[in-house]
Design a protein around this ligand. Sequence first.
Ligand code: G3P
Ligand code: CA
Length: 303
Amino acid sequence: MLRLARFLLIPALLIAGVLLAIAATSQPAQQPAVLAALGDQPLVIAHRGGKGLWPENSLFAFERAHALGVDMLEMDLHLSSDGELVVIHDQTLERTTNGQGNVAAFSLDQLQALDAGYQWTADGGQSYPYRGQGIAIPSFVEVLERLPSAAKVIEIKVPDAGMEARLCDALEQHDQLERVIVGSFYERSLQTFREQCPGVATSAGPGSVRLLVALNWLGLGGLLSPSYQALQIPQRHSGLQVASARLMRVAQERGLAVQLWTINEQPRMRRLLDQGAQGLITDYPDRALQLLGRSTRIGALEQ
Ligand code: G3P
Ligand code: CA
């Protein structure tokens, strides 16, 4: 028994030494300019522009969510067949438009001829109030030009298609490098974007989220030196809790902004804010604003 203890002692001491060294040199994330400009209040982030209120990922939605007073607009990027960044969530057109097929098979002009308000309904399909109202799939550049002052959460939906460099160029050309957080469910896409667009804030990819959850579970969250600035996570994933109060606390100690998706009910919003969430990514930004005691009146649209 004594020999076994001696046998285990040296590796245990070595591991403890390595962990202490990592902990001593680990660096928390620095708050990015986009979040510093928004202050310390809990952030209301309009998911796809607030898809519960109006047709998702449309200029119509973004302009109204911005006029409503949300802190950030969340949007999804795909690439058209002629290489333009377009703002749409799905790989295919059917769910949100009157078109059919893959987004990537159509040019920007062809995509913009579709009705992006066609499928939106608030009453389970009894009425479609935005059909034929001229709501189109926006190009990303249109969003940048129409809403230059809005802070944005931008999700790269397609890896390995060269979107990262195009996104970086567009942000640079429109002087919005410091107005965005870029995320993706593709870790390699995020890695590429960070290399090509250094200094722009990003959120954790799925691998990074898993690492943080594992470190937190082992009580080793202090070892983390994040290469990202925001943690945008669901409350639960595959039946397991992701956003525990402890995870959110550890993430904040590592300098990360913790933003939860997709939170649509006020009791849940309240609970998560009480547990430490710093941002709510929601289809109903009006509900979050109301909960926070902020105005829910739509102000003037930017010209
Ligand atoms: O930030 C991630 C959030 O947008 C959830 O994903 O499927 O709505 O794009 P999704
Ligand atoms: Ca998204």
